[in-house]
Design a protein around this ligand. Structure first.
Ligand SMILES: [Zn+2]
Length: 293
């Protein structure tokens, strides 16, 4: 039985050479010389979403939007939400605060000029808002963002705040730093946070809602875990994929480590079929349509 809960479908629009797993072998100075496949891969996703009559939130990398302004406009014209994935896809721990401020403001400005409307949502490159980089919240509020979807409440080698709540709520600034809260005090700095959904099994939060985990796990496991969140916990989940995950023919990155190759290239040929099943089995919408900001 399909749950009546509307989940959040999110697409991080970047190309295969932007991912953090390749950051050492693919610095921004090399990007202009690489074969770009993001436009065709995003088109494929748009066609599938149209077929299933589903709207999504697209977190677009500023570097991509600058080169493919028609892509941003096309996504917006089909009723999807345009949100921001920063400009250069550098993990926050590798940036100072001033560089970060410039990066998010540049990306937001490009997107807003292209669609002629405010961009409310942000997702950090590689979910890289952690306890150490939570100063990013101050910068996101200053830049005018209303919500963030960057926190992965689990342990991982690149990201994660394992003890952050698994479901949406406010991130508020307190004397002890940024904390989650159901409410906001007058004059308290705050931003709405939609963490990437995890599955709680025992005391562990496990990844279940997209990306490499969606390609790694048999679809039946993903389906079981996500149903559990909708039906037992009565909560929507935040699901994410990238255009390059639909592209088994993408050029292979020379010099990548075995771990990065495994994570990046695993089961790319299965993504589309699994994605179609996901869209049949669960109800989805964009973040903007589900929440009033
Ligand atoms: Zn990304």
């Amino acid at each position: 039985m399909r749950s009546s809960i509307t989940n959040y479908l999110t697409i991080d629009v970047e190309d295969y050479f932007h991912v953090s797993a390749f950051e050492k072998i693919s610095p921004p100075s090399t990007w202009a010389g690489r074969e770009c496949r993001v436009e065709r891969n995003t088109d494929l996703i748009l066609n599938i979403l149209d077929e299933y009559k589903v709207k999504a939130t697209f977190f677009i990398l500023g570097w991509v939007a600058e080169r493919y302004p028609q892509l941003t406009k096309k996504i917006a014209s089909q009723g999807h939400e345009i949100a921001c994935h920063g400009y250069l896809h550098q993990r926050l721990s590798l940036q100072d605060r001033g560089t970060y401020r410039e990066d998010i403001c540049k990306a937001k400005g490009i997107l807003e000029d292209q669609i002629g409307a405010p961009v409310l949502g942000y997702r950090a490159p590689s979910y890289s808002i952690t306890r150490e980089t939570s100063w990013a919240f101050d910068e996101l509020i200053e830049a005018g963002f209303k919500y963030d979807s960057s926190i992965f409440p689990m342990k991982h080698d690149f990201y994660g705040i394992p003890d952050w709540p698994r479901f949406s709520g406010y991130a508020v600034k307190t004397e002890q730093g940024w904390q989650s809260s159901d409410s906001v005090l007058p004059d308290q700095p705050s931003i709405y946070e939609l963490p990437i959904t995890t599955l709680k099994l025992g005391h562990k939060n496990l990844p279940i809602a997209g990306g490499g985990y969606f390609r790694l796990l048999p679809y039946a496991v993903t389906q079981w875990g996500l149903k559990r969140i909708n039906q037992q916990e009565q909560q929507p989940f935040v699901f994410y994929l990238h255009p390059w995950e639909f592209d088994p023919q993408q050029p292979r990155m020379a010099g990548a480590s075995a771990k990065s190759r495994f994570r990046h290239y695993l089961n790319l040929s299965r993504t589309e079929k699994r994605f179609r099943r996901l869209l049949s089995d669960f109800k989805f919408g964009s973040i903007r349509d589900g929440l009033q900001f």
